[in-house]
Design a protein around this ligand. Structure first.
Ligand code: AMP
Length: 214
């Protein structure tokens, strides 16, 4: 199964993709995570992406398409994947169609996580992850059961993304509306666009996604 989670930054794509990975054995392909790993490792891609990401703009379509195409060729992706953060432009969507065609794979569904921009700044600026296992938390909406200890792995170190600040969020939202939202009619026309209420609580969104893909 190949699923795309489409939504504004902070819509909950990463959270839901992690859940789908755990429950369905699909592989979460987060282009944001891949880029952050490239930045941390200081690779050529990381060097090119760093300042673009800090400005809340989009990394070039060529780089992104190459990263995803290479990742899809790895054997673990045969189980199926959830694309989280890709495609983000019409050029990427078209490149995805043609690479899936070449690889004899097909897209099962595109799930739009609908949100209002008003809630996203609070969602984004309050979120953090376990530095050891990557589990996601939020200062107000999703705290670990025991303060300072990850529920999943017992880790005690957490990190926040450097682009999760109010200034960068507004340009990330602008990028979403200008460059990514036009993909909604693109996939609607193909008859594979589905929607869930991204404003609902996390478990309810999971239920809605499960209902769509079961
Ligand atoms: P995310 O973790 O999905 O919020 O992505 C963080 C940042 O990585 C974005 O603000 C972009 O700068 C960059 N990025 C991630 N995925 C893409 C993509 N498909 N195309 C272009 N830039 C991307």
């Amino acid at each position: 199964m190949i699923l795309i989670l489409l939504g504004a930054p902070g819509a909950g794509k990463g959270t839901q993709a992690q859940r789908l990975q755990n429950t369905h054995g699909l592989v979460q392909l987060s282009t944001g995570d891949m880029l952050r790993a490239a930045v941390a490792a200081g690779t050529d891609v990381g060097k090119q992406a760093k300042s673009v990401m800090e400005r809340g703009e989009l990394v070039s379509d060529d780089i992104m398409t190459r990263i995803i195409s290479e990742r899809l060729d790895q054997p673990d992706c045969e189980k199926g994947v959830i694309l989280d953060g890709f495609p983000r432009t019409e050029a990427q969507a078209e490149a995805l169609d043609s690479m899936l065609n070449d690889k004899k794979m097909s897209l099962n569904a595109v799930i739009e996580m609908k949100t209002d921009d008003g809630v996203l700044v609070e969602r984004i600026t309050g979120r953090y992850t376990c530095a050891k296992c990557g589990a996601g938390y939020h200062d107000s909406f999703l705290k670990p059961v025991k303060y300072g200890v990850c529920d999943k792995c017992g880790g005690t170190e957490f990190s926040r993304r450097s682009d999760d600040n109010a200034e960068t969020v507004s340009s990330r939202l602008q990028s979403y509306h200008n460059q990514t939202a036009p993909l909604l009619p693109y996939y609607k026309e193909k008859g594979i666009l589905k929607q869930v209420d991204g404003m609902a609580d996390i478990d309810e969104v999971t239920r809605q996604i499960e209902a769509l893909i079961s």
